[in-house]
Design a protein around this ligand. Structure first.
Ligand SMILES: [Cu+2]
Length: 120
């Protein structure tokens, strides 16, 4: 009589840890209104496309995004800011930037610059 050895399959459950990026909610220290910029993603184009927008130092920027598909906006400030959006309409906030200079706001999904913030 033969014995059959049952192979035991060991399933390794991989645990994924969601790392929370340190998003710190900065309390707004002044009464400055945020700058509102409407952004539309459609296919592989984006509007605006590289426009320069003046903002004051520390002024928040509100992006009113309309998108045909989800993606991510990258703000080349220091520290950098990454903002995800989904298909449809969403409102994103770029935290006020304290250092004067030009800051690119890009879509890495499209490899395009949406706006350049001129912080002054
Ligand atoms: Cu980038």
């Amino acid at each position: 009589m033969r014995r059959t050895l049952a192979a035991v399959a060991v399933v390794l459950a991989t645990l994924t840890f969601a790392t929370a990026c340190g998003d710190e909610d900065k309390p707004s220290t002044d009464s400055q209104e945020p700058k509102v910029i409407k952004v539309t993603f459609d296919g592989d184009s984006v509007t605006p496309n590289g426009d320069r927008v003046e903002v004051a130092t520390g002024q928040d920027v509100t992006l009113e995004v309309t998108a045909d598909q989800g993606g991510e906006i990258h703000v080349h400030s220091d520290p950098e800011q990454e903002l995800e959006y989904e298909a449809g309409e969403s409102t994103l906030t770029i935290q006020g930037i304290d250092q004067p200079g030009t800051v690119d706001v890009e879509s890495h999904t499209l490899e395009k610059i949406v706006v350049q913030l001129e912080v002054q």
